[in-house]
Design a binder for this molecule. Structure first.
Ligand code: MTE
Length: 448
């Protein structure tokens, strides 16, 4: 550890915070030990800060609060639990003015306020092309058929009941929209990690491998080269999936998310899970699978979700989410209230497998130190990393750089732009930089 933990700095997370404006003002005025009275020797406070607070008469210790002196609420007072009222600031948020209609928009996950690797279902990001509906599962159907008769022997229509009877698997995976960090291709555009990287979430998904359903319909594996997945919403969302992904058993027809049924916003009652592949292919409210031998080049494959290259051409079907990482705290919009120890924490992921290592720089990429990887380290899943840092109160630039098991190293902005230019929307996996200035304010910057 860089310094004794009692010297740790305090942070005001954004947009939520645990400190009152008065507390923040006290720290900024230089009264750093605002929990303690001046007459207590600093050495005593460091040795036993809790005792020091009791000695000075902290009412939070000496006056018994109502929750200690009264009967609490009954069991099942909330049959479906909710977060504490003090956690209300942690919400998925829509970027103001991003789209013209809130039904055709994005709500970003508050990565800056989350721990570990699992995204609470209520904070999973949302991306809809035509709004979301709470579909009646008793009326939902999944049709599996071939482009012509040769692809599957027996086309079938499954009810939810049929699918729930099949043997399930549960797997933890990240989902990242191909457009995540898409606003930052040319320059810094958004202030916080919620908006720069929040089209990213990670859940345990439960469902049936799509391979099982295709076999149940008598698929001809020799003829089948692709499947088309179609959603039941009004957006005609259709995506081509290469058959090798289905054969690998990774693609799931999922109904479960974090131990319960999918949330309506995330595709209830059925969605496709396509690990490592950009979010658009994870078709929600899944109602049809067609087996064929050529990509369909649908509107969401020909006009959108294609990479505009510097020479004016487009790359199509670049679906894999390459290795990427981001420091989630300290991050843009937060305020370091004090010098001293900080835990730098972040997330790393790769659509090609497991994360091998993450290096962190606090000086804009001049020096790098290996971060501690916090297990579990799973394939195509978020990986949490942490590293100690003692902030000396001077300007700093925080960066993380991930390497996956294929040896691929997350690129700097200069390296990425040399190949991809600046006009693209999708697949920006550049190293993110957060600048810390002497006042402790943290902001989004780009380092080439
Ligand atoms: N499926 C349907 N049917 N309709 C949609 O609008 N959006 C896609 C994909 N599947 C979409 C869809 C996009 S672009 C993404 S990034 C992911 O769903 C987002 O999934 P989420 O809303 O569960 O985060």
């Amino acid at each position: 550890m860089a310094e004794h933990p009692t010297h740790r700095g305090r942070i005001r997370p954004a947009p939520e915070n645990f400190l009152s404006e008065a507390d923040i003002a006290a720290v900024k005025e230089g009264r750093r030990d605002f929990h303690r009275k001046a007459h207590i020797p600093a050495s005593a406070a460091v040795a036993a800060p809790g005792l020091a607070r009791a000695a000075e008469g902290d009412p939070n210790i000496l006056t018994l609060p109502p929750w200690t002196t009264s009967l609490g609420q009954a069991v099942a007072a909330r049959p479906y639990g909710l977060p504490s009222q003090y956690e209300k600031g942690l919400q998925r948020r829509e970027s103001p003015g991003l789209t013209r209609m809130p039904q055709v928009s994005v709500a970003f996950t508050p990565l800056q306020g989350l721990f570990g690797i699992i995204t609470p279902s209520g904070l999973h990001f949302e991306r809809h092309h035509q709004g979301w509906s709470d579909i009646d599962p008793s009326r939902h159907r999944l049709m599996v058929h071939g482009t012509d008769e040769g692809f599957v022997k027996q086309p079938k229509v499954y009810t939810m009941d049929d699918i729930l009877r099949l043997p399930p698997v549960s797997r933890m995976h990240f989902i990242e929209c191909g457009a995540n960090t898409g606003m930052e291709w040319g320059n810094v555009a958004v202030p916080t990690v919620q908006y720069s990287h929040g089209m990213l979430s990670c859940s345990e998904f439960t469902g049936v491998p799509l391979r099982l359903l295709l076999e149940d319909c008598g698929v001809d594996w020799k003829k089948a080269k692709y499947v088309l997945a179609e959603g039941a919403d009004g957006s005609s969302m259709t995506r081509t999936i290469p058959i090798e992904l289905v054969q690998s058993d990774e693609v799931l027809v999922a109904y479960g998310q974090n131990g319960e049924m999918l949330r309506p916003e995330n595709g209830y009652p059925l969605r496709l899970v396509v690990p490592g592949v950009q979010g658009v292919s994870w078709v929600k409210w899944l109602r049809r699978i067609e087996v064929g031998d050529q990509p369909w080049a649908t509107k969401d494959e020909a006009i959108h979700y294609i990479d505009l290259m510097p020479d004016g051409r487009h790359r199509q079907y670049t679906s894999t989410q390459e290795c990427k990482s981001v420091i989630t705290t300290p991050s843009g919009g937060q305020l370091l209230l004090d010098k001293g120890f900080y835990n730098i924490s972040g997330l790393a992921w790769s659509g090609r497998g497991k994360i091998k290592r993450v290096d962190v720089s606090t000086d804009g990429g001049v020096n790098w130190r290996p971060a501690r990887i916090e297990g579990p380290v799973l394939s195509k899943c978020l990986t949490r990393f942490n590293i100690d840092w003692a902030w000396d109160g001077k300007p700093a630039v925080l960066q993380s750089r991930a390497v996956d098991e294929t040896g691929y190293v997350q690129p700097a902005y200069g390296q990425l732009r040399a190949v991809r230019g600046t006009k693209s929307i999708y697949h920006n996996n550049a190293i993110q930089s957060w600048k810390v200035v002497e006042s402790g304010e943290v902001s989004n910057v780009q380092v080439l």
